[in-house]
Design a protein around this ligand. Sequence first.
Ligand code: SF4
Ligand code: SF4
Ligand code: SF4
Ligand code: FES
Length: 823
Amino acid sequence: MVNLTIDGKEVKVSKTATIYEAAKEAGIYIPVLCYAKKLLPYGACRVCLVEVEQMKGRLIPSCTTPVTAGMVVTTMSDEIRKVRKTVLEFLLVNHVVDCPVCDKAGECDLQDLSYEYEVVTNRFAGEKFDLPKDEINPLIERNMNRCVLCGKCVRVCDEVVGYGSYSFINRGFETKIATAFDRGLNCEFCGQCVSLCPVGAILPRPFKFKARPWQLKEVNSVCGYCGNGCTVTFGTKDNEVQTIRFNDKTGVNDGNLCIRGRFGATYVNSDQRLTSPLIRKDGELVEASWEEALEKVTEGLRSAGSSAGIISGARLTNEELFLLKNLAKAVGTGNLDHSGGECYKGVTEGLHETLGLQASTATFPQVEKANAILAIRNDFYETHPVFGMVVNQAVKRNNAHLTVIGDKQGKLTRMPHARNLQHKPGLEVNILNAMCRFLLDEKLAKTDGLQGVEELQEALADYAVDAVTAAAGVSADAIKQSAKELVSAENAAILLAYGLPYTAYSRELGLAAANLALLTGIAGRSGSGLYLCGEKSNSQGAIDQQILPAAGALGVSGMLKSASEGKLKALYVTGEDMLVSYPDKGLVEKALDKTPFVVVQDLFLSETASKADVVLPAASFAEKSGTFTNAERRIQRLHPGIKSPGQAKTDFAIFQALLTGFGAAVPATEAAAFMALAATTPGYEMVGLEMIGDQGYVWGGETLVPEIRNLVAVTGGKALEAKYQLVVGSALYHSGTTSVHAKGPMSVVSEPYIEFGREDAAELKIVDGQQVKLKAAGGEISAKAKVDRRLPKGVLFAPYHFGSLKLNRIYNGQASIAVEISK
Ligand code: SF4
Ligand code: SF4
Ligand code: SF4
Ligand code: FES
């Protein structure tokens, strides 16, 4: 720590602090334009100039100057005021003055500073900029006439996002921020540059002319898409979410968001939302009262009893899941499960067998300090983009070694020095096994206190590095180097995403990753961790609360099979469009057709809902209170920003009403439900709602120590012998089937596609946008081709979010599908 004096005040700060940070900590205001908390110091704009007694005679930028012991700083004097005013005058020489139409008015740093420093005239005359606006893409407008060249957009896109869209071009008066070849912006549209631009040069187009900032009510909540659990700040007006606003003061994401969080929440305002319960009468779904609908549901579930099946999505709050579990009990069925059944096996079974845990062992911020990171499935970035930004920062700021095991390339594989173990589809487990075997053979493994070392070593006989290298198509050296880096790093992280499009080998992958985490000493060591990243906003909460089949009862796969054989009397589906997102559409269709009573509770009349006997209109995440638990076990609170449309109710209210119908005990509020669930959920016992502050509350602590350390042998996959094979996954711009109702993501990726690598496209003479057909054992699908660079020869990719593709006609949960291509 260092002592210094700022404006006569004694201040004690960390010796790595800058003067600006020290002043901020002491509550002393210094204006800034190019400074941002999450970016490296830059020192370009000069509005933060201060005087330091020991450096008499010149003013220095406070945002880049580190504190030293005994420093005496003055942040305001006549001279400082004069210089800052001159800086602002210079900035305004060429800057257009179009404040009346600029959407940034009211929150523009330049406008605020000009006001504060009374820049009413300008002593310097200059020609105003007259550059063309970039309005090519639907989400971000760039008007470089308003730019003050602070460089924040350039830096955030590189330092945090890892995309590198922008750079400074030209010199002197001509200097400007541009994309490569000065083209229109075409990037991942996370909007980070939007949120950091201090002026109106980069604006979010969907939010233009919606409201002035002072007209908006701000409400902090948690993003409803993925397990990253980012804080989003709704800007609401007229009972609509008008904007998602930048907020780096609360939450785990430091203000960072991805396209889904920033531009994908407005589906809540959609006029397609369900606003009234629907009941099937004479084959048609017609509007009904809540009384009638609830009575029907209660009746149907009661008469089904133990032959009812309940399937839930993983975007319900913890409190709602708690009531749902109670509802299953009240109905008398153990057939309860969430999201796709098989895809959660890695966590619920694999990890349980090895570590006695079903959750990540560490928290996201620890990854920033990691020295070695292993990301399994490069799609991990696409499923959890903001966690991907943490990985980028670890690589760029901490020189972390990054290895990616994946069947295609992605942003992570393009990071500096990333080691890319691009393998044949379905062979991730083989590579992890080879790493384990190498560590054991070379006596590098940390085997103290581990059960099953010898058994594992024997079982890994077939996974010698060279054998796996040949089968998987990756380099032996890369496998060995990565294993060595992981075992020798002071802090290391293994990241694994799970979710509906990654059903194959899920349990095996959980086991193999856990084995490696044990042998490298990563599991349970402070600063290191195994990260299980659930696809949906409350995947972890659903696992914590064991929204799983009771002993001897059916999980999702079992329920669908049983239902398709006419053995279930009722199916109750909440928050899932199974016909679109679950593997094996034929099976789901049959299950829905053969079940005499089907209830679907959702926001939209989804494909699945349109097959139901009763449809219950539910509330979106923006209309709810309660909690989500993110992929690092962080319990965070939701706050409603708007009211639900029409008669839609929260899942909580719907379950309350149903439980009452069954004569069961019902917690009166979400808070009461949280207390009840905390008392019965391991890890949550000591958590009170009041403990969940702005940063949430991580159950189990920052580092979760495994309850057992049991190595379990696991068999790898076999490469599919096919000229062309299709892998299925998530696209960065979408998440599950909800984002297809969101204008932002839809304006970038509005329809399904089949992605081809350049080599295959050239050989097959397929061009971007051309309609192509894929034939597989299960049938045929057709979509436009997208030609990209990230797929190896013979491998195609399709995202699973779009119902119109009917991808699950050919996708039954396998690692890859042999396909024939025609045009
Ligand atoms: S939207 Fe995101 S990826 Fe695109 S330029 Fe801005 S920061 Fe970079
Ligand atoms: S566009 Fe905005 S963020 Fe980028 S350099 Fe200009 S003023 Fe700064
Ligand atoms: S989708 Fe995930 S990563 Fe993106 S903003 Fe929401 S929680 Fe964050
Ligand atoms: S904020 Fe310090 S130089 Fe720009």
